[in-house]
Design a protein around this ligand. Sequence first.
Ligand code: G3H
Ligand code: ZN
Length: 282
Amino acid sequence: MAIINTQEMLADARHRHYAVGAFNVENMEFVQAVIWAAEELCAPVIIQTSVNTLKYATPEMFLSMVKTCADTVKVPVAIHLDHGSTMFNIMSCVKAGYKSVMFDGSMLPYEANVEQTRSVVELCKSIGVSVEAELGAISGKEGAPKESDSLYTNPEVAEEFVNRTGVDSLAVSIGTVHGLYKAEPKLDYERLSTIRNCVESPLVLHGASGLSVDHLRECIARGITKVNIATELRCAWTNACRQYMVENPNVFDPKKASKLGREAVMNVVKEKIFILGSNSMA
Ligand code: G3H
Ligand code: ZN
């Protein structure tokens, strides 16, 4: 199946009350693992690449791997730039053929975030590329954030931000962090419900690695439509490959360890698809 825009995928998820998993990939085996898991469970899926990952290989390289693999399956697959923070990040993915990007201006002063996000939306809308933006800061890499009105997404400001920028989806800050949690995550569900009442566009949950089944299901029940998962996949890959190499120090075929890494990533993706309720939704 051809690669599709995230907009229609998220519209369906919003309508049918499930969330689409957006999985960060690092190499060819991650791409295969995510797409094969989605195909096995008949789930729509989003593959995303961070800016650092795109420095390791190019948007063209990732897009061609995703297209090649997506062509062999029936489920809808989208490819998305995660946390682009400059026009250069956006343009390099758009030029390569990405149909979905995130512009993360959350560290900018509010007015600058509005202005820059709006410029990205103007450029992308005219060529059919959907745009996710962020309001409020999702901290990381470690530890749980202290609740603070300046860090968490303000629902009224979110409404104004979406109206002024025209973004297709909005990443919200409600207490999740990127990377590993050092303390029990404390999510502000009330805030999420209020944002949902103020904002029509699909809402995105970042920093989903390490959240429990209950956390994820509650967030989806209160209106989250896209769930981003990166760290748990990296851990699964690295642990599986490391264990094989430690146990088999005389094997020099990289495919042996990589195959186990791929299986480990695929298992995590399948587990998340069930939790998000996107299985059988394709
Ligand atoms: O943008 C990517 C995500 O927010 C992933 O966060 O590494 O905590 O799963 P995570
Ligand atoms: Zn994120």
